[in-house]
Design a protein around this ligand. Structure first.
Ligand SMILES: CC(C)(COP(=O)(O)OP(=O)(O)OC[C@H]1O[C@@H](n2cnc3c(N)ncnc32)[C@H](O)[C@@H]1OP(=O)(O)O)[C@@H](O)C(=O)NCCC(=O)NCCS
Length: 189
């Protein structure tokens, strides 16, 4: 299995057709447009503040990635408007290269349908391929959704950074990775 720049696959989801794949530089427009489909709360939970759009510099950072130390997987609609609906980004820690920070966002309309968990399983497999053994999540303390999602994926170790942010780490476990691979193996055929 290789989850790299060429990875792109359509799949049915709740009566819709979606596509999962590696985020490439041509995603800039789609990422820019997706902000219109995010509530203030979703934006605050992901970006820790108010955001009305992305600068060219931010879009460059978000899409022009090396695919190894920094990579992102996204989900888009495969029909109709072809909106970007989800993105998860992993950035390797310079000091601890076996560890990466992960950030995820699902646009509001698609939240609570299991898509976050689904996308995260691809991320865990892609992280393992790149020698990453620990994932780190940084989030606002009131963000119960991300905590539930993290707990679905492993046994997290919590670390309150300060009163504004909380951090959790999960170790990638071989058994879970094998389970995710089996669940998703049709995507790698
Ligand atoms: C956090 C987030 C990624 C979860 O994605 P999702 O697709 O909605 O999650 P899933 O449907 O896979 O559900 C995972 C769990 O979270 C729960 N959940 C999802 N949204 C929730 C909400 N708004 N409130 C409470 N629980 C919620 C689900 O019920 C599920 O819990 P369960 O395991 O007990 O059944 C999504 O809500 C999101 O993008 N939020 C805004 C950005 C953000 O918070 N990013 C995280 C910081 S890095």
């Amino acid at each position: 299995m290789k989850i790299d720049q060429s990875f792109r696959k359509e799949f049915p989801w709740k009566g819709q057709s979606l596509r999962v794949g590696f985020v490439l530089p041509e995603a800039k427009k789609k990422i820019s447009a997706s902000i219109a489909h995010m509530s203030r709360e979703t934006i605050r939970h992901r970006f820790f503040g108010i955001k009305n759009g992305f600068t060219d510099r931010e879009l460059k950072y978000l899409t022009e990635v090396d695919g190894y130390n920094h990579f992102a997987l996204g989900i888009e609609e495969a029909q109709g408007e072809e909106r970007g609906v989800a993105i998860a980004r992993l950035v390797r820690d310079d000091l601890h290269p076996e560890e990466a920070e992960i950030a995820i966002l699902i646009i509001d309309e698609y939240q609570k349908s299991g898509l976050g968990t689904f996308l995260m399983k691809f991320c865990l497999l892609a992280a393992a391929e790149r020698g990453i053994t620990t994932l780190r999540f940084t989030y606002l303390p009131e963000n119960t959704a991300i905590v539930k999602l993290i707990k679905r994926l492993g046994n997290p170790v919590k670390n309150s950074l300060n009163s504004d942010y909380t951090q959790m780490k999960i170790k990638l476990e071989r058994e879970n990775l094998e389970m995710y691979f089996n669940e998703l193996k049709d995507f790698f055929a």
